[in-house]
Design a binder for this molecule. Sequence first.
Ligand SMILES: [Zn+2]
Length: 474
Amino acid sequence: MKAVLEFETKLANITTSSELRRDEEALYNLMSIKELQELAGFIDWRSFFENAMKVVDKKIFPKEQVVVYAPDYLSNLTLLIKEYNETEDGRITLNNYLIWQTVRTLTGCLSKAFRDAYKGLRKVLIGSEGGEEPQWRFCITDTNNALGYAVGAIFVREVFHGDSKTHAEEMINEVRIAFKKNFKNLKWMDLETRKAAETKADAISDMIGYPNFIHITKLLDDRYHNLTVRNDTYFENNIQLNYYNLVKNLEKINEPVNKTTWSMFPSTVNAYYTPGKNQMVFPAGILQSPFYDSKYPASLNFGGMGVVMGHELTHGFDDQGREFDKDGNLHQWWNNNTIELFKNRTECFAKQYSKYQINGKNLNGNQTLGENIADNGGLKAAYHAYLQYTEGKPDPPPLPGINLTHKQLFFLAFAQVWCSTVTVETANLEIVKDPHSPAKYRVTGSLTNLKEFAAEFKCQPGTKMNPKDKCEVW
Ligand SMILES: [Zn+2]
């Protein structure tokens, strides 16, 4: 295992760091399979792709083009594998490495002895052995992972109320209007780019709750038609599921982009923005308390769900999303000068967040840049959407036992969403890997940049939550 670890460390060392892998224009290298073969000859790519495509009856030709995101990595990998292939020990290590990766990914579906053996590694990586969870929890997680749309249909029927979708649409539109309204305050943006940005914001499509097919039994059955699950072959079921997902993915090759497919199941408590589709998606799972409830006052809904909506919307305009146009195509639609000014402003965020520390370690403000831009833009857009939505309406009664105005409650709801606890090991791992800042700084980082927050809580200029130097992009 020592040799395997050494090999894996070498792989880590030739891997381009995540902060340098953010610029999609720079990463996008279109080449033919023949060119790929010249770049990275350690594998016969044509037969690799041909074998993969056999499962979906598709053919691959040498002129076929692929997008290579990491040419440097692949050429370095070729050298590394060549070196290992030269000796018997080296070949054994390569073999062991491949076996280890296979075993590692399947340990979770093996018997207790295997799962126990894996606990030590888990403990070192994330600070928790994971324990032996109750069986019902395994069953639910596994069923949801495998049949998420079928489980989602039950979930939606039980907890997702009919008017939630309409309310969510209304909120998104308020947030979108507030986001666009602020463009005119952004002095760094030229008029032409601003107009194009407005068009892009308007063109962002959204999907809320769940895909409609889950309510139509026939379509739901069709979806899982090729998935075979038996009640006495747990390991085999997992292999079948991997195969089923692989086929679903390969089927998309050479097909036009389908903008109606979902990448999350209905019960997921999360949301996402896809730059390639210029689309944001909010599953039914996140349209629940504490993010949203139809009985909550607007302050809590906008502070929770509204900020999530603003966050996803702003992703369309962060350092990665801005490279895609209104139709989701990667192509430059800003003028060079405005791009320079944008980069200067994002530099402010990179510096600000790089100063924050967790367990004595500094965050990486470049690795987390896109998420920080989205957090800051999202909070501001949601707050102004809230003001605009409640304008002229009387405030609802205050919440019992909490001596805060509704404007203050907006910020409290936002902060509360991020209440969480994490082990030291996991926090350290996140600092190195996660494109998001840790929860604490997702809250305080965005709040310290927003003058409206300081005004509502009467924070004196120059204090911790109201520093004189603030960063702003959107
Ligand atoms: Zn995000």
